[in-house]
Design a protein around this ligand. Structure first.
Ligand code: NAD
Ligand code: 0WE
Length: 256
């Protein structure tokens, strides 16, 4: 236990208590890490302050729209001066314009493609580059992905393409940062009932589909993503980098 004692971490992607980022942050905290948080914009500030505030009144909470280089710079300047070092970073951020997740993939606009890739894939490269100089004792970077990167999930559309870019970026970042003992991995989660999944037509049916077809015959619990996040952050995963770990009740192995 307490496998992350003394580690310093930064978490991108908490929107509310259902966020995957919050599940992993709680696991990191439980294992002894001290955490800083970013939130996307004013709309989410109160939520994140309420959640992250439970880790102590001095918890560092900073705004960061990951498409804005100046905001990324400001976050890492502040983390550098308050923490002096960084060991862990969670990227749990994705966005595509709603219309791109509804219609036919064939109609994906140039702008929707650009936005989805900027927010959901390029941002991992941007925050990793900013984090690396602070990861002076090595580090662990974890990003969230989904099976729609490798197989067609109807309506996941351009997000699937962006997740493929995220997973490939994870491999190239692992190669780039490996000499500095910085590991980069993805967790591929089964469908989770979060804000990002709300309003997606047929999401309830997707949960039922996993229950029926995944080897474990059930859906994934937030704490199980937390546990895998804690493992990847720990020294137990010291030789694991560039990988996609499936936390999906086994769904990904099935051919039929
Ligand atoms: P969520 O809505 O709680 O989290 C998504 C986060 O992305 C939010 O905190 C939002 O503020 C942030 N975000 C979006 N655009 C941003 C921007 N420009 N700058 C900064 N932050 C921005 O939903 P979630 O399901 O917890 O999603 C977290 C991650 O998990 C995403 O990468 C998602 O693709 C991935 N994922 C989700 C599922 C699922 O079924 N929910 C499954 C597998 C992977
Ligand atoms: O990565 C995701 C969802 C990410 C997401 C969600 C939204 C909804 C609101 C990205 N952009 C937006 N834009 C919005 O305007 N998941 C893995 C969850 C998800 O989303 C799907 C899924 C699954 C699973 C969309 C279609 C089909 C399946």
């Amino acid at each position: 236990m307490s496998s992350l004692q003394g580690k310093l971490g930064l978490v991108f992607g908490v929107a509310n208590k259902r966020s995957i980022a919050w599940a992993i942050a709680q696991a990191w905290h439980r294992e002894g890490a001290r955490l800083a948080f970013t939130y996307q914009g004013e709309r989410l500030k109160d939520n994140v302050e309420e959640l992250a505030g439970t880790f102590g009144p001095d918890t560092l909470i900073l705004p960061c729209d990951v498409t804005q280089d100046d905001q990324i710079t400001a976050v890492f300047n502040e983390v550098g001066s308050k923490f002096g070092r960084l060991d862990l970073m969670l990227h749990s951020v994705a966005f595509a314009p709603k219309e791109a997740l509804e219609g036919d993939f064939l109609n994906t606009s140039r702008d929707a493609f650009k936005v989805a890739h900027d927010v959901s894939a390029y941002s991992l490269i941007a925050v990793s580059r900013a984090a690396a100089p602070l990861m002076t004792a090595g580090g662990s970077i974890v990003a969230m992905t989904y099976y729609g990167s490798e197989k067609v999930i109807p309506h996941y559309n351009v997000m699937g393409v962006a997740k493929a870019a995220l997973e490939a970026s994870t491999r190239y970042l692992a190669y780039s940062l490996g000499p500095r003992k910085i590991r980069v991995n993805c967790i591929s989660a089964g469908p989770m009932n979060t804000l990002a999944a709300r309003g997606i037509a047929g999401f309830g049916d997707m949960l039922k589909h996993y229950e029926a077809h995944a080897p474990l015959k059930r859906n994934v619990l937030p704490d199980e993503l937390g546990a895998t996040g804690a493992f990847l952050a720990s020294d137990g995963a010291a030789a694991i980098t560039g990988q996609v770990l499936y936390v999906d009740s086994g769904y990904q192995i099935m051919g039929m």
